[in-house]
Design a protein around this ligand. Structure first.
Ligand code: 6R9
Length: 650
């Protein structure tokens, strides 16, 4: 039997102790689909409402009239739900365990009581800087507790945060600050990661030169570096905190008030500001965190993502804290100081649920088993993965070596847009198959559509594109400032459905297998990138006439970046120019966008109407030039010979 088809069922012991077993899953899933209003009005009691909603679901997927509202007449505050309501029973329990980059024993345990005081002070600082309900705040921080404080402080006063990954460049930061018109940018004097430091404040200074409106900068002292503080614009957090109170009343927010904007890549244009709102998002992250990871009181839970991505928002900060959990925030990388770091952290803190990305699993798998086995992993109960399809080889290593064959693996398929898990096994309920995200979460109605006809493919053993037939509470509500783009991106191509952009197979058992993006989005180490973004960075360089970027299979990163570049006349291809272009993209977008291959090409394959035929470029990059398919519609078929002749990935 193929590895992929082997079923791994949870043990009877695990299933009997789990929140959800098979029978319960079937019952609750059926109910959630047949009676969404009933299901979600019961589940909404997971949150503390200031005003209990009476209207549960009001959603419309009709192109031209798309509107998504959940709990629309309810009011609540996210910070109050993630902090205050826990103080009575678990004020002294650790909310956040912070593990710094250096393995020097300086890990911090921050209790819920301490979290309350930090967040309230932070909120008062923001207020003092003139931030109020509905204002935007950009957070550009390393993985330090202040990142969580900042997010929760915004939530407390009703400001909308937009976290920008600390690996992004000054230009990318400026684009996002301008995009949402942020009043304040929160950064730090440095970001240590893997033994190296990034000068985030320096990056912020560069970004601020391109910011088109007045904005202030709030600086967290992380490293004690010299920072160039601009009078009237820049403020140290610790100085601002000196004379503020540590209590701050939570703002009463409507369930549909925006909680945050998070920029994510699409197939065209600049990154989109995905908007999530208050009530539905928090409820959805809370319920998925509890059930997907079978989280129980007292467990120490660890998601290795960065708060700059949606996974960090939903499953380091909001879901876990809404549930009163203990969540680990790790500043470093899995391979520093060596490839045993994760398992040392697991041992030190007795981690019960460990959630990471396939790219990290593959990287660690390549370093050998000794780094894993020398640490005690007996505390682990559930292993999770997210970000890209996991290949069965990595899945099996995760299962056998990391989990000693006794921990259910939850392969969670979801997106920035979906807010939380959509397809995932539940550890006590769902037998798993390596590489399959298996079955839908409660309230989720996945459909496999025929890519051309847009019709639903019924039954099992079908493939096509993945769409969702009805709304769920964690769904994004709009693109910031551009509702039309929201409708065009997700609801135009397949009428009546939310279109995910992913290909999908539903096998004979009804299990879902994500086959990757069907649009021009590539997935590098679990990070989404639009090929258009990298292309526009390349063509912004004086020497470049035209560029086309495709994904190429990569052993560790999943996909690498392969760029075809044609130069301006008079420019000569050279290794120096290659390096210059590569550094250029890094500077324009950030290190994650640096191309793995740059091939100089005198011409790009185009149709007669001028469209670049990426299908051909993908094949050449993947070394599959024997299978180029139909090239008869090319304007100049001979350019392909040159591409093949000079291909780099042999
Ligand atoms: C949470 C997150 C979303 C895209 C998504 C898909 C890919 C995520 C996956 C997966 C296969 C999984 N993806 N999880 N593919 N199996 N378990 O990653 O959000 O950064 O928006 O990326 O990632 O292609 O469409 P985001």
């Amino acid at each position: 039997m193929l590895d992929e088809q082997k079923m791994h069922a949870p043990s009877d012991d695990f299933a009997s102790k789990a929140h959800i077993d098979r029978t319960k899953y079937d019952q609750m899933y059926a109910r959630s689909i047949e009676d969404p209003e009933g299901f979600w009005s019961e589940q909404m009691t997971r949150l503390d409402w200031m005003k209990t909603p009476t209207k549960i679901k009001n959603t419309n997927f009709d192109y031209g009239n798309v509107s998504i509202k959940w709990f629309e007449d309810g009011t609540l505050n996210v910070a109050q739900n993630c902090i205050d309501r826990h103080l009575k029973d678990r004020g002294d329990q650790t909310a956040i365990i912070w593990v710094p980059d250096e393995d020097d024993g300086s890990d911090q345990h921050i209790t819920y009581q301490q979290l309350a005081s930090h967040v309230n002070k932070f909120a008062n600082v923001l207020k003092k800087m003139g931030v109020g309900k509905g204002d935007r705040v950009v957070i550009y921080l390393p993985m330090i507790p202040q990142a969580a404080y900042a997010m929760l402080a915004c939530a407390r006063i009703g400001a909308i945060h937009s976290v920008v990954f600390a690996g992004f460049s000054p230009d990318a930061l400026a684009q996002r600050v301008n995009g949402c018109g942020a009043k304040v940018v929160i950064t730090s004097d440095g970001a240590p990661r893997g033994g190296k430091a990034t000068d985030l404040k320096g990056n912020t200074d560069k970004a601020m030169e391109k910011v088109e409106h007045d904005a202030q900068v709030l600086v967290v002292k992380r490293q004690g570096n010299e920072a160039n503080m601009v009078a009237g614009r820049d403020h140290w957090l610790h100085e601002m905190e000196e004379d503020v109170d540590d209590s701050c009343a939570p703002e009463e927010m409507n369930a549909e008030d925006p909680l945050f904007v998070l920029y994510t890549s699409g197939s065209t244009g600049a990154p989109k500001g995905v908007v999530h709102t208050t009530g539905g998002y928090l409820l959805y992250t809370a319920i998925t965190h509890e059930y997907t990871f079978d989280y129980k009181d007292g467990d120490v839970y660890w998601c290795t993502a960065d708060v700059g991505w949606v996974t960090g928002h939903s499953y380091i900060v909001y879901g876990p804290l809404a549930n009163g959990a203990t969540t680990i925030m790790f500043e470093g990388v899995p391979t520093y100081p060596d490839a045993g770091r994760c398992w040392k952290i697991v041992q030190d803190h007795k981690v019960a649920q460990f959630y990471t990305a396939p790219t990290a699993i593959r990287a660690l798998m390549g370093k050998g088993d000794d780094f894993v086995t020398k640490y005690d992993r007996s505390s682990i109960k559930v292993l999770g993965t997210v970000g890209e399809p996991i290949n069965p080889e990595a899945w099996n290593w995760y299962d056998k070596v990391v989990g000693e064959g006794r921990c259910p693996i939850v392969d969670t398929w979801w997106q920035t847009e979906t807010g939380g898990h959509m397809l995932t096994p539940l550890p006590g309920a769902t037998p798993t198959k390596p590489g399959s995200a298996t079955l839908p979460f409660f309230g989720v109605k996945p459909v496999v559509l025929d890519a051309e006809a847009g019709t639903e493919k019924d039954g099992n053993g079908v493939d096509g594109v993945l769409a969702i037939a009805d709304s769920w509470p964690g769904q994004m509500r709009t693109v910031y400032g551009d509702h039309e783009r929201f409708e065009n991106t997700y609801f135009q191509q397949y009428k009546g459905y939310y279109f995910s952009g992913d290909g999908c197979t539903r096998d004979e058992d009804g299990y879902h297998w994500i086959t990757g993006r069907v649009d021009d989005v590539i997935n590098v180490s679990g990070h989404r990138m639009g090929t258009a973004e990298v292309e526009s960075a390349l063509v912004a360089h004086d020497a470049v006439n035209e560029a086309a970027v495709v994904g190429v299979p990569h052993d560790v990163k999943g996909q690498g970046i392969y760029a075809y570049v044609s130069l301006m006349s008079g420019q000569e291809p050279s290794d120096e120019l290659k390096k210059e272009l590569s550094d250029w993209v890094r500077k324009e977008i950030g290190p994650i966008a640096k191309p793995d291959f740059i091939q100089f090409a005198p011409g790009l394959p185009k149709t007669r109407s001028g469209k670049i035929m990426r299908r051909i470029l993908r094949k050449v990059a993947a070394n599959e030039h024997d299978a180029l398919g139909d090239t008869s519609t090319l304007a100049e078929p001979e350019v392909v010979d040159d591409l093949i002749e000079n291909r780099l990935n042999r």
